[in-house]
Design a protein around this ligand. Structure first.
Ligand code: NDP
Length: 334
């Protein structure tokens, strides 16, 4: 196994838009590099650091990931009173650093994963080589893109019913989308809220038949077909939304305290295209029961490879798995 040392190298990289060649670059060699700093990345860092692997973690452009834009997290085990998302990520950062993780506030712009020695290039222009890579780059929820939606984030608008639905118990809410996530989240919200308005932009849903049936048979879910959201309204916190029927062009107002967007996620995996196996939506494919990707020494964890559960605790779980898989793979190679 390579030692944690410096060496000189010559190689050429092909970036998306241009290619360049750099000679005599001082490149640092690592055992494990972790890309991404959500619950998966930090958990991988804690385990890898405690195993003596001295990992480097690149935080990406949004250190802490999706939880940095969340308010209170009440469903992460171990916090009986709940915890603010940014505070939890700060705790995870400290815990990872306590065991020797080196955190770099840089964004990985390209990588070469196929060779025995993997190469990583950051937006700071630094280049690293490593024996193994743990990918925990996460996924971003898609939003409608309305200016008022941005204004009400954390004040009524949310992209995760399982995370935030509880704050709207006993209230009336709306949810946008027509896929399995929207159907599942509408059913979840119906158990907490007095009424759920499901806003579907077409005259049919994309969700599986069984999920559609469940939604249609739930008394307090009202489906609004051919309906688009125009604006979120309220004085500091959300109190209503303006909607439009795109067939009749009729506009109306719904009085709701919560507005959930469930129109899909985009995994942050573009830089791995052409190297790592991924599904049509870009989620990394791992071998069942492991975090192994199609390339030896490259492991995937968190939302970048999970389109079903997408919870902080499941991301942390797969981060732990990735570190253990990497540790065992490195040991077997040695
Ligand atoms: P999908 O891409 O399947 O569905 C997105 C939905 O959002 C579509 O119905 C789409 O409408 C709608 N949509 C997109 N943009 C807009 C917009 N601007 N305004 C209004 N509506 C919009 O995403 P999901 O997150 O639902 O599912 C992703 C994957 O995860 C799927 O493969 C799904 O099966 C899977 N999944 C599985 C679960 C399970 O097995 N328990 C649970 C959750 C997800 P339109 O149909 O008109 O394009």
């Amino acid at each position: 196994m390579c030692k944690n040392t410096f060496f000189l190298c010559n190689f050429a990289h092909n970036l998306d838009t241009n290619s360049y060649k750099r000679n005599d670059i001082r490149m640092q060699h690592e055992h494990v590099i972790i890309i991404g700093s959500g619950p998966a990345g930090y958990t991988a860092a804690i385990y890898a650091a405690r195993a003596g692997l001295k990992p480097i973690m690149f935080t990406g452009s949004a250190p802490g990931g999706q939880l940095m834009t969340t308010t209170e997290v009440e469903n992460f085990p171990g916090y009986p009173e709940g915890i603010m998302g940014p505070e939890m990520m700060e705790d995870l950062r400290k815990q990872a650093e306590r065991f020797g993780t080196r955190i770099k506030y840089e964004f990985v712009v390209s990588c070469e994963l196929t060779g025995e020695v993997k190469k990583i290039v950051t937006d700071g222009g630094d280049e690293y080589s490593t024996d193994s890579v743990i990918i925990s780059t996460g996924a971003d929820a898609k939003w409608l893109g309305l200016p008022s939606e941005e204004a009400f984030k954390n004040r009524g608008a949310s992209a995760c019913a399982v995370c935030d639905g509880f704050f709207f118990r006993g209230k009336e809410v709306a949810i946008v989308g027509a896929g399995d996530t929207a159907a599942e989240e509408a059913s979840y919200l119906a158990k907490l809220c007095t009424k759920v308005h499901l806003l579907v932009r077409r005259d049919e849903m994309r969700a599986s038949k069984i999920m559609q049936e469940r939604v249609k048979n739930t008394a307090n879910i009202e489906i609004h077909w051919n309906t688009e959201t125009l604006e979120l309204l309220g004085d500091n916190v959300l109190s209503s939304i303006r909607i439009k029927n795109n067939q009749t062009q009729a506009e109306s107002t719904l009085n709701v305290s919560g507005f959930f967007v469930a129109i899909g996620h985009k995994p942050n995996t573009d830089i791995f295209k052409g190297q790592l196996d991924m599904d049509d939506a870009g989620y990394l494919i791992t071998k069942p029961g492991t975090t192994n990707t199609n390339i030896e020494g490259v492991f995937a964890s968190g939302d970048a490879q999970d389109k079903v559960y997408r919870q902080a605790v499941t991301a942390a779980g797969t981060g732990c798995m990735a570190a253990l898989d990497a540790e065992r793979w490195l040991a077997a190679r040695e």
